[in-house]
Design a protein around this ligand. Sequence first.
Ligand SMILES: Nc1ncnc2c1ncn2[C@@H]1O[C@H](COP(=O)(O)OP(=O)(O)O)[C@@H](O)[C@H]1O
Ligand SMILES: O=P(O)(O)OC[C@H]1O[C@](O)(COP(=O)(O)O)[C@@H](O)[C@@H]1O
Ligand SMILES: [Mg+2]
Length: 469
Amino acid sequence: MRTPVIEDFAGGYPSDEEWHGYINNNDRVLLKTIYYSSHTSAGAECIDPNCTWVEQWVRSKKQSVSVSFGCGRGTARSMVLIVPVMIGICSPVAGVHRAGPREKIYFKPEEVKAAIVTCGGLCPGLNDVIRQIVITLEIYGVKQIVGIPYGYRGFSNNELAEMPLSRKVVQNVHLSGGSLLGVSRGGPSVSDIVDNLEERGINMVFVLGGNGTHAGADAIHNECRKRQLRVAVVGVPKTIDNDILLMDKTFGFDTAVEEAQRAINSAYIEAHSAYHGVGIVKLMGRSSGFIAMHASLASGQIDICLIPEVPFQIHGPHGILHHLKYLIQTKGSAVVCVAEGAGQNLIEKTNATDASGNMVFGDIGVHIQQETKKYFKEAGVPVDVKYIDPTYMIRACRANASDGILCAVLGQNAVHGAFAGYSGITVGTCNTHYVYLPIPEVISHPRLVDPNSRMWHRCLTSTGQPDFI
Ligand SMILES: Nc1ncnc2c1ncn2[C@@H]1O[C@H](COP(=O)(O)OP(=O)(O)O)[C@@H](O)[C@H]1O
Ligand SMILES: O=P(O)(O)OC[C@H]1O[C@](O)(COP(=O)(O)O)[C@@H](O)[C@@H]1O
Ligand SMILES: [Mg+2]
């Protein structure tokens, strides 16, 4: 509990009984922080030409709440199930619910059986979040804390025993990457998962995963609601791709960008040290190019950055090969950074899906490597092409310091949210503040790099690349 200083309070110093340092349920975090002086300002969201009205949250006719911009269309979903009050995402003057501990808690700690599950692909920081959830639950006084092994699959397979968790068990888990509990794709139906929750007597579930996992968490929340089970389902967004809507960034992303520097630097050194060297690095990013864009910008060593959101041609006068030839002629070497989901229209579809139903992509990195070799051979120009795919090396890393902090706060807030009685929510940061968001709002579609954004233009300024169309 922070001790308040007198200047903090306009109306005078609160008595010890009044001061408690908790988050008020009506606190909100604003999603819009810029006042645009003109509708021609970069990124301006003005409604009228004089920009006297910047788009913001509005209340719909029904008592529920909707938004005019920013968190999806139409009426926002409720994110509270098990406390009697239904709270929407926004209010007329505000934004989203502020995360943190509440004065009143909904569950009696001694009646809680909490479960943690990690789903989808690996991501740096999973162990940090698990650790912090366990530690925070213990501080609330929860005695029954279990880990579900191997993602949602652990809810179906009786051979996979749940893992008892305590501060002692998780004390050092954040020192290594991966997930203490294991991960998986695919798994049982939502109804089977909820049957299993009932059998095990679980009434608090912390679900760490990406968009697929959150779709599952929301479905579990709805099924529990249908069956009138008082279960709090709280997500912690895990996506190295940083493709969850409304959040400043998701944990693991910073580490991924940092780790990608090693691969880019190696590609640069290889390319730079070879006669007519071309280095190609493929980074993660199924539908969003955030890792590729940020890693390119951070390194300052990339000549061509290719992301899924921006179409490009490989061949022809505007294609990347033509530009590569120019770079070889003028600089003697070049480095390309390509996101895995970029240029999928240019390669043969695999028509395969993984166990979760995600499309399996063809390898755009290998394709560019082969086309580069072919092109320069036909042009009679010798090149030395080196291809680096660091995907799994990046994913398996432990979180860096800034992600470690993010994971710690998200983990703590997930527990505070569950104890406050929220369900069907996920935790995140908006404008550097920690918030609770209704799951459907953040997974309605993947967050994408805006090709008209200043960040993408900054990246282009850094690489010096032309448009490849
Ligand atoms: N629409 C959905 N409804 C219910 N469960 C889903 C849905 N999509 C994915 N899942 C489940 O969520 C888990 C993780 O999904 P996946 O797409 O592999 O990873 P991520 O959560 O990282 O996107 C899998 O066990 C998958 O079966
Ligand atoms: O080989 P895997 O384990 O299926 O994972 C590959 C995928 O994992 C990711 O790194 C992250 O995906 P998720 O967020 O769905 O876990 C993607 O960028 C990539 O396509
Ligand atoms: Mg996904």
